[in-house]
Design a protein around this ligand. Structure first.
Ligand SMILES: [Zn+2]
Length: 117
């Protein structure tokens, strides 16, 4: 499953970054997942929970932000929201549309709580 390997790579990245921070537990992870990124956020949350077991991120809350897809027409420079890759310009019907937003996928931030507090 695609989402499981994404979940694993998120945890790997968190563990790598947290390694220098001393003992603690990740309480929250903020993700940015564009609507055109091709990632099922519900499935990702589920996989993350399973993959986090026994790691520093066990029990962490996932906060997922999903930016809208935005297309930019190469013919008339109109920008408009898109929900598919093959979008048509609403102004001039051109198919020469560039996707300028909505494909992002990144870990925005995460919170580490020190142990024993
Ligand atoms: Zn256009």
């Amino acid at each position: 499953m695609h989402e499981m390997s994404i979940a694993l790579s998120i945890i790997e990245a968190i563990e790598a970054k947290a390694a220098g921070e001393g003992p603690g537990r990740v309480s929250e992870v903020e993700l940015l997942v564009g609507r055109l990124a091709g990632i099922e956020t519900e499935s990702l949350s589920f996989c993350f929970e399973a993959a986090a077991k026994g790691t520093i991120a066990e029990g962490a809350r996932l906060a997922i932000e999903e930016p809208q897809g935005v297309g930019l027409c190469s013919e008339c420079a109109t920008s408009f929201p898109v929900s598919f890759y093959y979008a048509e310009c609403p102004a001039c019907r051109s198919l020469r549309v560039q996707i300028v937003s909505g494909e992002e996928f990144k870990i925005k931030s995460f919170t580490i709580e020190e142990e024993g507090k």
